[in-house]
Design a protein around this ligand. Structure first.
Ligand code: NG1
Ligand code: ZN
Length: 528
């Protein structure tokens, strides 16, 4: 490690003085112009983590659903997972170190994590379509190379594609080929195998309108759609040729505002979906004949998927342990339906997919979704092997069901929530079950709900417990919320500081939209 060279390069990526950032729910997020030093330093950190784990590490440059002017960066651990918590602390320390402290902070991490500097390092990088992303990813590369790490720059990728690449590279190619072509082929093959078996794949099931949030999803779906066109034709909207990223469109806008994106032509009862800016979230929706908008969010996606998986297991005759993982944002009706009607155990974790992913790994089959449409299903290695073996051994209907389950396992991105993979899973299930979007929507009725963002001087004064469902500080806040909630029927409300934006988020649900809106508003006043 040539300390002089590191110090010299570091000054080329100077930190704006006084700027303090935190490695939050999904890495660092801030205005792009403030992030150059963070990118360089995350390049350095990725090398150390790669050396320590003796594996390929990933770095993704994106700010997902945030405005186009923002950017962000997160590190992807060897199995495609989010960075380990102790390293998040190192990331925060390194990002906030003043210039003269950089070498000391690096030395500290080396010592604490027992990193062997002789070990080789390999880092793969992906970025979204933001105008700032290309230059920022160059700064990451600078950080990696100055510490002697090797780099493969994938260029433009969706976030889940980068997770997939990291996973493939660290599992000896068993999971798939670590190229975009390999990704397209793996998913499309599984999808076409599934849809071939659908007896009722009439025209209604074979086309889908996709709002791409003017982001990377448009580019990647344009490349990929030919691979699966025999099973599904997608019509892309907000494809980045005209509009601004995430502006009045995309999954976050649709979920947050509970209305359709701009720039999408919707006809009555037509199935539509929206991706977010880096294509790791998806929500579905439609207009009914009376012009009412119906949102089908991550909770209903989890319900469709887990009920289908359960049915397949019954058909195969295997009893495996299925669990569904949600967060406090899950609609109360979805939790009730899963537990009481479907008899599936439901668990609640803190916001942020790393928490859900971790919990879902405890089951033979763990389905996890945030209400905003970020999620996937995980299958233990033992289950995957068993199902593939049963697909060879069993006969007739059982064999068919085992094959289907094997294809579903291949179709899910098991490294991370993936809008494209989820979209193909959903489309396959709807086709196989012969369900219309209205029938899917009718599984249960969402409780009316409202989410608000509140700007406060310091959002960190709010701390929470019980998977973020109760506020611990400031004193008196939880009692005030409890008193407000009591005024409404079927009501629930909570507040938490966002990990990706400088706001406090307020969530409320109640028996009517008016009550949910009023409760959310009243709680937001209590936050000040
Ligand atoms: P924050 O900003 O911490 O609420 C948001 C989403 C998360 C997750 C992350 C990462 C909500 C309420 N929160 O986190 O679910 O998706 O962004 O993108 O939707
Ligand atoms: Zn995203």
């Amino acid at each position: 490690m040539d300390l002089g060279t590191i110090a010299k390069h570091s000054t080329l990526h100077a930190k704006p003085s006084g700027l303090i950032l935190q490695y939050g729910t999904a890495g660092f997020r801030a205005e792009a112009e403030h992030l150059d030093h963070v990118m360089f330093r995350m390049g350095l950190l990725a090398v150390l983590r790669s050396k320590q784990t003796k594996s390929t590490l990933g770095v993704m440059v994106t700010a997902s659903h945030n405005p186009e002017e923002d950017n962000g960066v997160k590190l992807v651990d060897p199995l495609g997972e989010m960075l380990a918590p102790s390293w998040e602390e190192h990331a925060t320390c390194l990002a906030n170190a003043e210039e003269q402290e950089i070498l000391r902070v690096l030395a500290n991490i080396l010592e604490k994590e027992a990193v062997d500097l002789q070990q080789e390092a390999f880092v793969v990088i992906g970025r979204d379509t933001r105008p700032s992303s290309e230059k920022l990813s160059q700064s990451v590369i600078d950080g990696v190379t100055v510490l002697g790490g090797q780099v493969h720059d994938y260029g433009l990728l969706t976030t889940p594609q980068l997770h997939y690449m990291v996973y493939c590279r660290n599992t000896g190619g068993q999971y798939g080929k670590a190229t975009t072509e390999g990704y397209y082929q793996k998913l499309s093959k599984a999808f076409l195998e599934l849809t071939k078996q659908a007896s009722c794949s009439g025209d209604g099931y074979r086309s889908l309108k996709v709002d791409c949030a003017n982001g990377i999803g448009a580019l990647k779906l344009r490349e990929m759609k030919h691979y699966f066109s025999q099973g599904l034709s997608v019509q892309l909207f907000n494809d980045g040729t005209r509009g601004k990223l995430n502006h009045l469109c995309g999954a976050d806008f649709v979920k947050g505002h509970q209305k359709p994106p701009h720039g999408m032509e919707m006809k009555a009862n037509e199935r539509c979906c929206s991706l977010d800016g880096d294509a790791d979230r998806i929500v579905y929706y439609y207009h009914d004949a009376d012009g009412h908008f119906h949102l089908i969010d991550g909770d209903k996606i989890a319900t469709l998927i887990s009920s289908f998986l359960k049915e397949l297991l019954v058909e195969i005759g295997e009893s495996l342990d299925i669990g569904v993982v949600q967060t406090a944002y899950a609609n109360g009706s979805s939790t009730r339906y899963l537990e009481e009607v479907m008899k599936v155990p439901v668990y609640c974790t803190k916001t942020g997919v790393k928490h859900l992913h971790h919990k879902a790994q405890e089951f033979d089959i763990g389905v996890y979704f945030e209400a905003n449409g970020h999620g996937t299903a995980l299958f233990s290695t033992a289950v995957e092997m068993k199902i593939k073996q049963l697909a060879e051994e069993l006969e007739d209907k059982k064999r068919k069901a085992a094959k289907m389950l094997g294809n579903i396992i291949d179709l899910f991105n098991q490294a991370a929530g993936d809008a494209v993979s989820d979209m193909l899973v959903i489309e396959a299930i709807l086709a196989l079950k012969g369900l219309t979007v209205q029938q899917w929507d009718a599984l249960y009725t969402d409780l009316p709900n409202r989410q608000l963002k509140v700007k406060v001087a310091d959002r960190k004064v709010i701390s929470t417990t019980d998977a973020e469902r109760r506020a611990v500080t400031p004193p008196g806040l939880q009692e005030a919320i409890d008193d407000l909630v009591k005024k409404y029927k079927l009501s629930r409300a909570f507040v938490r500081p966002s990990g990706t934006e400088d706001v406090v988020r307020v969530y409320a649900e109640a028996d009517s939209q008016e009550s949910a809106d009023r409760l959310a508003y009243e709680v937001s006043l209590a936050v000040f």
